[in-house]
Design a protein around this ligand. Structure first.
Ligand SMILES: Nc1ncnc2c1ncn2[C@@H]1O[C@H](COP(=O)(O)OP(=O)(O)O)[C@@H](O)[C@H]1O
Ligand SMILES: [Mg+2]
Length: 234
């Protein structure tokens, strides 16, 4: 179980994440949606322990994400992953794997195959396209075979083929009962992949629950636009 309890972040006097309380059951694929600047990246950074909450707590399986034992079970793909460009994909993955004291049972070749990067593994990263870098970003998040995956806009900037490939990987991970938390504004993809969603607007959680419940027969995009417009008026 992932629990956010009154999670809040302030930068100076501005509250960018405002008192979010949310429970996500293990094995759920959860889409965290909101307009640009709503607070999605700030929230995910607090969840993985990279940013310190101004108030409130994060519990992952009852542990704090800054505990080593919890970190070992987390995979994180940032919005703009940083790569050492002169390394090859394969070398970069080994570098990431070495950050974990325990060796993952998953072979690097399997991880690279699963994200469609095996054939490019010996090329330096500076030769990769945006889509290839995105897929390598996902591969590094999988290097410790984590139970919990946190992905910040994993489908952003990809062409339809790249998106389909990443979606296939995510659906495979879902089948393996991983808990997946992803930020996205590509709502058709969210509708396809996610069981549940949370909607954040101006730092506040304005909906959380099942996708079907939220859509109520309409498509996710039109419901999302209605709900955000309504919230902005109130
Ligand atoms: N380090 C920071 N200092 C000050 N303001 C920040 C910082 N990081 C993010 N913000 C502000 O917090 C708000 C939420 O940002 P972010 O979490 O990146 O939104 P999203 O990921 O939903 O687009 C934005 O208004 C942004 O400008
Ligand atoms: Mg963001």
């Amino acid at each position: 179980m992932l629990s956010l309890v009154h999670l809040t972040k302030e930068y100076g006097k501005t509250r960018v994440v405002d008192d979010i309380t949310l429970d996500i059951e293990s094995g759920t694929t959860f889409g965290f949606l909101g307009p640009n600047g709503a607070g999605k990246t700030t929230t995910i950074k607090m969840i993985v322990g990279l940013s310190h909450p101004s108030a409130g707590t994060v519990n992952i399986n009852c542990g704090d994400p800054r505990d080593k034992s919890v970190r070992e079970r987390i995979g994180f793909m940032p919005e703009d992953p940083y790569f050492y460009d002169h390394l090859t994909g394969s070398e970069f993955l080994s570098f990431c794997a070495n950050l974990f004291p325990k060796k993952s049972p998953r072979k690097h070749s399997d991880i690279l195959k699963s994200v469609g990067m095996f054939e490019y593994r010996n090329q330096p990263i500076y030769t990769y396209s945006k889509g290839m870098k995105q897929r390598l970003g996902l591969a590094q998040a999988l290097v410790n075979d984590p139970q919990y995956l946190f992905l910040d806009e994993p489908l952003d900037g990809l062409d339809p083929i790249g998106r389909a490939e990443i979606k296939k990987v995510l659906l495979e991970l879902k089948k393996r009962k991983k808990t997946i938390f992803l930020n996205s504004h590509i709502l058709s993809d969210v509708e396809e992949i996610c069981d549940e969603i949370g909607i954040i607007n101006k730092g506040k959680l304005i909906f959380s629950g099942k996708v079907k419940e939220f859509c109520d027969g309409k498509n996710l995009e039109s419901r999302f636009v209605d709900v955000i417009n309504q919230d902005n008026k109130s």
